[in-house]
Design a protein around this ligand. Structure first.
Ligand code: C2E
Ligand code: CA
Ligand code: CA
Length: 247
């Protein structure tokens, strides 16, 4: 019934604050029940074999918005600034075995004339690391199509170093539970530092999510974190709110 929509949360360069892209977040506005949080309806979709359809719907809406956004920026700046932006989309662990879905996503990129290189697929650590060999096969195929891969919620799962080295990820996303407690927890600080060092030694880009204040952003800058995301930088926005946020 077309009740799903998307919100866009900005991702910026940690040091300069320059925009690097957006994460697409699904929203469900139910006519009677109001706003249903994704933590609830994603799980329901997963349990009812509807998650691939949901991914397709969200992906389509995301590309529709993203191609218009990039075109607008390019026209406004008269340089190809839109070309360097990334659009990050969440992929459920359950979809990882569905090659057909990824062929479809590839087709959608062509349809919207967006190079796969500008699409970052965010996969959760536990999902990505289950059944390593099958995951490695499909992730490698996705990389060969040009998609970028991000390992989401990193630090909360149980992946080994070896798995991380073998998997073709380009980005590691430090879980917000560490970032949101960094100011008060030495343990969180150590975990964040270790993840940044590990990712850099593997030539991966690190992004921290859940940055809610200036002190946390500064802490991450000092550690050499590459990218930043969180309420302090920008909350998830409706597409019509982006111009104001940018200004
Ligand atoms: P996630 O992928 O870890 O997304 C980040 C969540 O953290 C988002 O919640 C975002 O609004 C929130 N967040 C961002 N910055 C901050 C901050 O500074 N402080 C706090 N407290 N929270 C922050 P949201 O939108 O409720 O999404 C929750 C989860 O639902 C996502 O977690 C993701 O796992 C799932 N999800 C959302 N959209 C989709 C989708 O299209 N497909 C799939 N498969 N999962 C989705
Ligand atoms: Ca995510
Ligand atoms: Ca996350």
């Amino acid at each position: 019934q077309d009740q799903l929509s998307i919100m866009l949360q900005p991702k910026v360069e940690c040091q300069s604050g320059a925009l690097v892209g957006f994460e697409v977040l699904a929203r469900w506005q139910h006519p009677q029940m109001g706003n249903i949080p994704p933590d609830q309806f994603i799980a329901i979709a997963e349990h009812n074999q509807l998650i691939d359809t949901l991914t397709e719907v969200i992906f389509n809406k995301a590309l529709h918005w993203f191609s218009a956004f990039c075109a607008e920026r390019q026209a406004a700046a008269s340089v190809s600034t839109g070309k360097h932006l990334l659009c990050s989309i969440n992929i459920s662990a359950l979809s990882l075995k569905n090659l057909q879905l990824f062929n479809l996503l590839d087709q959608l990129c062509r349809h919207h004339q967006i190079p796969a290189e500008q699409i970052m697929l965010e996969l959760t650590e536990t999902g990505a690391m289950d059944d390593t060999l099958a995951s490695l096969d499909i992730l490698t195929r996705l990389r060969m199509k040009g998609f970028q891969l991000s390992i989401d919620d990193f630090g909360t799962g149980f992946s080994s170093m070896l798995q991380l080295v073998r998997m073709p990820f380009s980005e590691v996303k430090v879980d917000k539970s560490f970032v949101m407690t960094a100011q008060h927890s030495r343990e969180s600080q150590l975990v964040i530092k270790a993840i940044i060092d590990l990712a850099h030694s593997l030539d991966m880009v690190v992004i921290a999510e859940g940055i809610e204040d200036a002190d946390t952003l500064q802490f991450l800058q000092q550690l050499g974190c590459d990218k930043a995301q969180g309420y302090f930088i920008g909350k998830p926005l409706h597409d019509h709110q982006i111009t104001d946020w940018l200004a």
